[in-house]
Design a protein around this ligand. Structure first.
Ligand code: HEM
Length: 139
């Protein structure tokens, strides 16, 4: 269970010209200050800073309607794309996971995971058909 909770207000402060830049994906909040050339000021991906725009990581639609936490309605491939971006931020040597977005689609205010988080994992998980395929290929 996550032990550091980040409020939406704190997340929202850390964007644009702020000293530190934060972004959230699937409720995981990262300090991405090292990526100021992507996320700061008027740069190309500035819309990812200061919020959780999980859906846009899959759709590539960077308009308000997709700059939202909501993943439901996306395909498995799109959920996997989101999971890959999450893995990218976790593995990145200069970005740091600083906590979890409190009271979001993915984490309750007390830090426990929501049922939507389980649904997301299910959406991103391989389908049984893909598992069978992997088993055949492995032989
Ligand atoms: C679903 C669609 C897309 C998403 C979610 C996305 C997201 C991102 C993100 C988050 C970064 C910053 C990565 C970092 O922190 O290092 C990035 C970098 C970049 N993206 Fe995209 N992108 C998308 C599509 C595209 C497309 C279609 C192009 C090209 C036409 C493109 C070109 C680039 C370039 C050139 C960089 C900078 C790479 C670098 O200098 O290291 N992206 N993208």
């Amino acid at each position: 269970m996550p032990n550091v909770l980040i409020t939406r207000e704190l997340l929202a402060k850390n964007q644009g010209m702020a000293d530190e830049l934060y972004l959230s994906i699937v409720g995981h909040v990262f300090n991405v200050t090292a990526g100021r050339r992507f996320y700061g000021g008027n740069t190309g991906y500035a819309f990812f800073a200061g919020r959780d725009a999980t859906r846009a990581f899959a759709t590539g639609n960077f308009e308000d309607q997709d700059l939202v936490e909501e993943f439901r309605g996306l395909s498995k491939e799109q959920c996997k794309a989101i999971e890959s971006w999450l893995a990218f931020y976790i593995a990145h040597e200069s970005y740091h996971l600083i906590g979890y977005l409190e009271g979001s689609m993915y984490f309750h205010s007390n830090g426990t995971e929501t049922s939507a988080m389980s649904e997301f994992r299910e959406c991103a998980a391989p389908s049984p058909a893909q598992l069978n395929h992997a088993a055949v290929v492995d032989q």
